[in-house]
Design a protein around this ligand. Structure first.
Ligand code: FMN
Length: 315
């Protein structure tokens, strides 16, 4: 029996549903000695901004129970240097290349970034990072665009107007209800939703009575956040029509399957890349094995295949 691992995200055709999460895989070149990058479903770059950013002060990361806290602060070389020095390697891989973009202070920067990237043929899709917990937007009503449905819709719509590329909107879990935000991104014209970005958290060194990272608050990721992420994918899947790319604590085939069964069409591997840089390759092989063993003809049939609970949640 043959099994089909391919999935569609907007106009992208992925040969399998395994992607790598923004900020945890550099610009792909950093991982070339660890796995065959061409086997990945797609690559998502570290978020790029119009101007270079040096990021937040060190220490920027610390280990936490079953996870890590980070406050990188979107360090990146800026669009010009990215296009000249980082993009060419990833562009030659022959797999869909998704460029993650963010504004620093004015959401209009998303439009400018999208216009500039529209001319770059090797870029297959844009991922709108409206959810980074480690940057602040001056004068904004909320810390994050993705904490406000109206702001989310406005940003997606403004990018949609200038871009013919597939648009993925990356959401924050730091909200009371994720559903209206996902619906706002869909209404703005997003082709897909990526969730989750990191959960805000703190870690204190009790002897020094100081935060263990230089910033008081950072973003929590890794297996510790997985149940929150799976729950959010499940909630959003039932209320939107566009595909979901699920992430948050995926470390192996079974954790990837949790997301697919909850409603994700594809998944991204993040923090686990720091523990085992070849883990995505193993997950791809594991999904194939699982599909063959369970006589699953297409991995697409797994999406949202969770068995209905005996007790139905209230609408
Ligand atoms: C060190 C680090 C840097 C990150 N940088 C970015 C980033 O630049 N853009 C972005 O959208 N998400 C970024 N993220 C969030 C991840 O892409 C992902 O959404 C999150 O970590 C949850 O997945 P995980 O638990 O598998 O890591 C970063 C995460 C980590 C740990």
């Amino acid at each position: 029996m043959k099994t089909d691992l391919s999935v569609r995200i907007g106009s992208l055709h992925l040969k399998n549903p395994v992607m790598v999460a923004s900020g945890t895989f550099g610009y792909a070149e950093e991982f070339k000695d660890f796995l065959d990058l061409r086997q990945l479903g797609a690559v998502v770059t570290k978020t790029v901004t119009l101007k270079p950013r040096s990021g937040n002060p060190s220490p920027r990361t610390c280990e936490t129970p079953s996870g890590m806290l980070n406050s990188i602060g979107l360090e990146n070389p800026g669009l010009e240097v990215f296009l000249k020095t980082k993009l060419p390697f990833a562009a030659k891989l022959g797999i869909p290349l998704i460029v993650s973009i963010a504004s620093e202070s004015d959401p209009q920067e998303f439009v400018e970034l999208a216009c500039r990237l529209e001319r770059v043929k090797s870029v297959s899709a844009l991922e709108l990072n409206i959810s980074c917990p480690n940057v602040k937007h001056a004068g904004a009503a909320t810390a994050l665009i993705s904490q406000d449905p109206a702001a989310t819709k406005a940003v997606v719509r403004s990018v949609r107007k200038v871009s013919t590329k597939t648009i993925i909107t990356k959401l924050s879990p730091n909200v009371t209800d994720i559903v209206p935000i996902a619906q706002a991104a869909q209404a703005g014209g997003s082709d897909a939703i990526a969730l989750i970005n990191t959960l805000t958290g703190m870690c204190i060194d009790v002897r020094r009575r100081r935060s263990r990272i230089a910033m008081p608050v950072g973003g929590l990721s890794g297996p510790a956040v997985r149940p929150v992420a799976v729950r959010m994918v499940w909630e959003v899947y039932r209320k939107i029509k566009i595909p979901i790319i699920g992430m948050g604590g995926i470390i192996d085939t079974f954790s990837a399957l949790e997301f697919l069964i909850a409603g994700a069409a594809a998944i991204s591997v993040g923090t686990a890349n720091f523990v085992d840089p070849a883990v995505s390759g193993r997950i791809i092989a594991g999904l194939k094995e699982y599909a063959l063993e369970n006589k699953i003809a297409s991995v697409r049939s797994l999406t949202g295949s969770i068995v209905k609970p005996c007790v139905q949640p209230k609408k």
